[in-house]
Design a protein around this ligand. Structure first.
Ligand code: FAD
Length: 329
């Protein structure tokens, strides 16, 4: 008897896998602990508009990903972002030589994952705490003790530390997953009454607590917001100040930004901090995806490949291929 495939995580990796399996005629059921899709590509709705606090844009190197990107652009889910980019090092700002093409979801980052989700069945605000074997098939349990299933296979598409716990029923697989550590990142949004007098739209930053700053409202589709900037701290600083209260994180990163940006920076009229506990994987792994196909347990995510949106999407495709190959064998 066939049952649906459970997919835990509606970030770009989980949605990539779900889309490929759905297109192959299989029934999928998605779960996410968040209130919406996107994971680290999600946008936060605030009084100053939707803010991209995680992935700022994505680039495209792989041919298969390039084909998907063109389709998403044709559907109006993404647009090219052509920022005035700068590099900041040792207190000096210089125009960046980086000429990569950059894509963003429009009018907010999560427009892409919302489009990819389409009408596939999903349960949000549902934190899965256990994947366990029922009589013959897989079952899931959530944080409230509610059980879901049966499922023929389970794809875990969460950051590696969360995936390792969920895959405890497959100890070898879980131990490979657990070998990938993930670094945290603080992100802060600041709004100013008047636009800052700077040509910078986005800046790669060294020698500072910050590694990136960008003008959120300068991105396509976000023009009506006040002058809001998103600042991202590097993982070294974040590790050091992991448990700092949010007001102090805002204050310290505001100070670092004011020092770096090279123009007068007034007191912000709005500030918000968000901590990504599992922000980026450490190192690049060429795994594509991981599986214990005989058990029917699978894992994908950016941590299997490049630690970027592109890597996460490719990992979702790789996990779907593995699962389909096993079903065909
Ligand atoms: P995620 O997006 O993390 O998705 C995992 C999903 O699983 C989440 O929705 C989560 O809610 C859900 N989940 C987790 N545990 C459970 C559970 N127990 N039960 C149910 N659901 C669960 N990449 C780029 O290409 N360009 C950038 O500019 C860029 N900037 C970044 C900036 C920051 C601050 C961060 C943190 C990341 C950035 N990245 C960037 C990386 C990019 O965001 C990720 O590579 C990509 O979004 C990862 O997608 P994913 O699907 O693998 O994981």
């Amino acid at each position: 008897m066939t049952f649906p495939i459970a997919i835990i995580g509606t970030g770009i990796a989980g949605l990539s896998a779900a889309g490929a399996l759905h297109a192959a005629g299989l029934e999928v059921q998605l779960f996410d602990k968040g209130r919406g899709s996107g994971g680290r590509m999600a946008s936060k709705r605030t009084e100053v508009g939707a803010l991209d606090l995680g992935a700022q844009y994505f680039t495209c190197r792989d041919r298969r990903f390039a084909e998907a990107v063109q389709q998403w652009r044709d559907r109006g889910w993404i647009a090219e972002w052509q920022p005035s980019l700068y590099d900041s090092a040792n207190g000096t700002l210089r125009p960046s030589q980086d000429e990569q093409i950059r894509w963003i979801g429009t009018p907010r980052m999560s427009a892409l994952t919302r489009g990819l989700l389409g009408d596939m069945p999903v349960r949000f605000s549902c934190r899965i705490t256990e994947v366990f074997h029922g009589k013959q098939h897989w079952m899931l349990q959530d944080a409230d003790g509610k059980a879901y299933g049966p499922f023929n296979q389970v794809v875990v598409a969460t950051p590696s530390p969360e995936a390792a716990q969920l895959l405890a029923a497959a100890p070898k697989l879980a131990s490979s997953v657990a070998s990938v550590a993930m670094e945290p990142n603080w992100a802060v949004a600041l709004s100013f009454e008047q636009p800052l007098d700077t040509p910078v739209d986005g800046c790669f930053i060294q020698d500072s607590p910050l590694e990136w700053a960008s003008r959120n409202h300068g991105k396509p589709g976000r023009a009506s917001q006040p002058d809001t900037w998103v600042l991202q701290a590097n993982s070294r600083w974040t590790r050091q100040y992991l448990d700092l209260v949010k007001d102090q994180v805002i204050e310290q990163l505001y100070g670092a930004f004011a020092e770096m940006i090279g123009c007068t920076v007034p007191e912000p009229v709005f500030g918000l901090a968000h901590r990504w506990l599992y922000g980026r994987p450490v190192g690049n792994h060429g795994w594509g995806a991981l599986a214990d196909s005989s058990l029917g347990l699978y894992a994908c995510g950016d941590w299997c490949l490049s630690g970027r949106v592109e890597g996460a999407w490719l990992s979702g495709q790789a996990v779907a291929r593995k699962l389909l190959q096993h079903r065909a064998s």
